[in-house]
Design a binder for this molecule. Structure first.
Ligand code: FAD
Length: 377
């Protein structure tokens, strides 16, 4: 039984041949800005992974999805991160479609049958910007809301068919504004994509800038967040964050596993040290799987979101312990012989940059543990 056999078997069951393609392409190709990874994901039917069976999708569970993201992350961290942004959009649309008057099932069916990729634009590239506090504004017109602003970094920027973007819009009753998510076709008038990502690390995720200038969003493609006075998060945001944290943890545990895989077969490294790497990684993955198993019944619960954030920061710490140890055990000749080791060592740090950051969440999590509502900042 190999370290990632279970994960690769799950990937093969849903997207047969993708792992073989990725393994044959190699990290250098897959992590470059011109990577063929996203095209391959699409040609293997990946966009439909989380769309329910009855809407022509593959209906993967959260447990299957985190295993798949780990398998992909071990071959291409960029592809895992980019596709997480797609899956996060889909998981949120599925949660919305389950509401009594949900119409999103039509969109989901279209995404599955036409194999469409959905980018997710929440960040705006501002220091101290809150992920739930977009500065992108919409103005009301007779035909819908017109949206102007920038989203960056936005993974899948050059391959997306649809963009989901957070935006502040005037309330329907004219009193103030509210948070909403707009679903926008990529070819809409007023959308442009320009370079933003200047690092070699994770460059295959196409995390560039998407600019919107007076883009028209018809009312049926605008989802308004209705929060009551005493709510910090609604059920859909809660479910979305749970999925996001889970899938991202899978990606970066996959990247760390790629390093450990290279070391555990190395007879020159002490057995107890090699086993320690496996124990750390599998312990972290077991914690992720524990959250994933609770998703079907618990994804709207603030308590599951709090647990997933705590696990996410623990996973960051596990990766930070495992990776330098694995590199040392692999040895200098391994480090010198190819850039793969140095690349993976850089890429795994990305987990700390995804929202919400540990430092920002310290107060809200401590307040939550003292009995307050959970808040995401
Ligand atoms: C590979 C990759 C792909 C991405 N793709 C997407 C995407 O497709 N769509 C998308 O929306 N976003 C995406 N992002 C963006 C990401 O989600 C973040 O929004 C972005 O990295 C935030 O930048 P920052 O960490 O500099 O932000 P900041 O929030 O400014 O944080 C900078 C540092 O300051 C600390 N800090 C800030 N405020 C506080 C505070 N109040 N208290 C304590 N500490 C604080 C933080 O903890 C952090 O250490 C991606 C990021 C990466 C790494």
């Amino acid at each position: 039984m190999g370290l990632l056999d279970k994960e690769r078997a799950t990937l093969d069951a849903f997207m047969p041949g993708l792992d073989e393609f990725l393994a044959g392409s190699g990290l250098e190709e897959l992590e470059s800005p011109n990577s063929k990874g996203i095209t391959a994901f699409r040609s293997h039917g990946g966009p439909a992974l989380l769309v329910p069976d009855e809407l022509s999708g593959m209906g993967a569970t959260a447990l299957q999805a985190v295993r798949i993201q780990r398998a992909i992350g071990a071959r291409s961290p960029s592809l895992a991160v980019a596709t997480t942004m797609h899956h996060f959009s889909i998981a949120s649309l599925v949660a919305l479609s389950e509401l009594p008057d949900g119409w999103e099932w039509m969109l989901l069916e279209g995404i599955a049958t036409e194999n469409l990729l959905v980018a997710s634009g929440f960040a705006e590239g501002r220091r101290d910007g809150g992920i739930l506090h977009p500065t992108m504004q919409g103005t009301s017109t007779d035909a819908g809301v017109r949206v102007t602003g920038v989203k960056r970094p936005c993974s899948l920027a050059r391959s997306m068919n649809l963009l989901t973007a957070s935006v502040r819009v005037p309330r329907l009753n004219g009193e103030g504004t509210q948070l909403a998510v707009a679903v926008i076709p990529a070819e809409s008038e007023g959308i442009t994509v320009t370079p933003f990502w200047n690092s070699f690390a994770l460059a295959g995720a196409e995390s560039d800038q998407v600019s919107l200038t007076d883009v028209l969003v018809p009312p049926q493609l605008l989802v308004r967040m209705e929060l009551s006075e005493d709510e910090c998060l609604d059920d859909i945001q809660t479910a979305g964050f749970v999925w996001f944290e889970l899938l991202m943890m899978g990606c970066y545990l996959g990247a760390a596993s790629a390093l450990v895989e290279r070391v555990i077969a190395n007879d020159r490294a002490p057995e107890s040290d090699r086993l320690r790497l496996v124990v750390e990684l599998e312990g972290a993955m077991a914690a992720v799987e524990n959250i994933a198993r609770q998703v079907p019944d618990g994804q709207r619960k603030r308590s599951l979101l709090a647990d997933s954030l705590i696990v996410r920061y623990a996973v960051q710490d596990a990766i930070a312990r495992v990776v330098p140890h694995a590199i040392e055990l692999a040895g200098g000749l391994n480090f010198i012989g190819s850039s793969d080791t140095a690349y993976l060592a850089a890429a795994v740090n990305g987990l700390g940059f995804h929202p919400p950051s540990r430092a920002k969440m310290a107060r809200p999590l401590l307040d939550y543990l003292a009995g307050d509502e959970l808040e995401i900042v």
